[in-house]
Write a protein that binds this ligand. Sequence first.
Ligand SMILES: Nc1ncnc2c1ncn2[C@@H]1O[C@H](COP(=O)(O)OP(=O)(O)OP(=O)(O)O)[C@@H](O)[C@H]1O
Ligand SMILES: [Mg+2]
Length: 338
Amino acid sequence: MNVTEILQFADQLIINKTGKRLDDLQKTVITGVYEGKTYETIAEECNRSESRVRSVGRKLWQILSESLGEDVNKHNFCWTIERVINNSQFYNFGNNQINYCHNDNNESSKNTKQGIKNKLYYDLTIAPKINRFCDRTSEIDTLSKWILNQNTHLISILGLSGIGKTTLVKRFIDLHQQKFDAIVWRSLKFPQSLDLLLDDLLKHHKLDSLPTINDKLKQLFDILTNKKCLIILDDLQNIFIPSQFAGKYQPEYQDYQTLFKMITETQHQSSVILISQEQCPEMECLDEELYPIKSLELSGLDNPEILKNTGLKNKDSWLKLIKLYLTGDKAVEDEMWQ
Ligand SMILES: Nc1ncnc2c1ncn2[C@@H]1O[C@H](COP(=O)(O)OP(=O)(O)OP(=O)(O)O)[C@@H](O)[C@H]1O
Ligand SMILES: [Mg+2]
């Protein structure tokens, strides 16, 4: 169970009890406790007094204790939430409503299947937190149209390093998270074989003892068909051979081709976003008119706001720096160094 799930569950309990969502400080306290930090460290990290953080924690545990009908404190909080979720016959925290039932063997066990189907799962642990987001409204609209309206199966977000690919996709998720039953964000910065990636994606599902890659793919596609899932594979270029023609797989990652072909060709209700500096070969040779695939190539942002908080003091240089990045203009570069 990751911190996002714990925050969502706590958020719904708090809404049910108080009518208000978790505020930023409450989220910070829960995240800190989940990470095993002391109140003192949490207070230091968020620039609040320790007494304030303690008091927020005390109130949280009190509300959660009343909601769950058992004693919740800093030391048993994560485990209690996890246990309640796991013992519940049914829960759904995606629509401002939470239902759970502690009974393990009553008649509602027939709802278990339904519960699993409705269970939301978001694993965004390694996705970046976006504090500031400029422009890119047309790109967000385009992604929304492709993924939410047209059920495009495979989308690649392309562009130079630092152009804003990862940021754009995370922003899209922040805006539309609730529209998916499951979201999993994985990075291929240090790539792993398809077999290991499938194990990872299916880690909460019961597998036969020695399933083949085919069994695992079959199970994955059952899920992609029954639920609306979004899988993000960031830094995909690392499975390709460096400094060669775009998108040639390294031999040990050739299997990914099968995954991408299946995502494109089978019927399901989910989407996979590939974030990459290089186009994936499957996408290059398929016609976007005929297959549910789309590519979005990002260009640079011409907005000085993007350089805020970077520590660059001289505002006059911001525009020059942006121009240099967008055009690679040698005259601008020479001028900047003068
Ligand atoms: N729309 C935006 N608004 C504000 N800041 C942005 C925006 N897009 C990108 N940035 C900032 O630019 C930096 C680089 O963005 P990002 O990491 O998304 O690039 P990238 O294309 O994924 O790069 P790489 O290919 O190296 O992973 C980040 O610090 C990010 O915060
Ligand atoms: Mg990136």
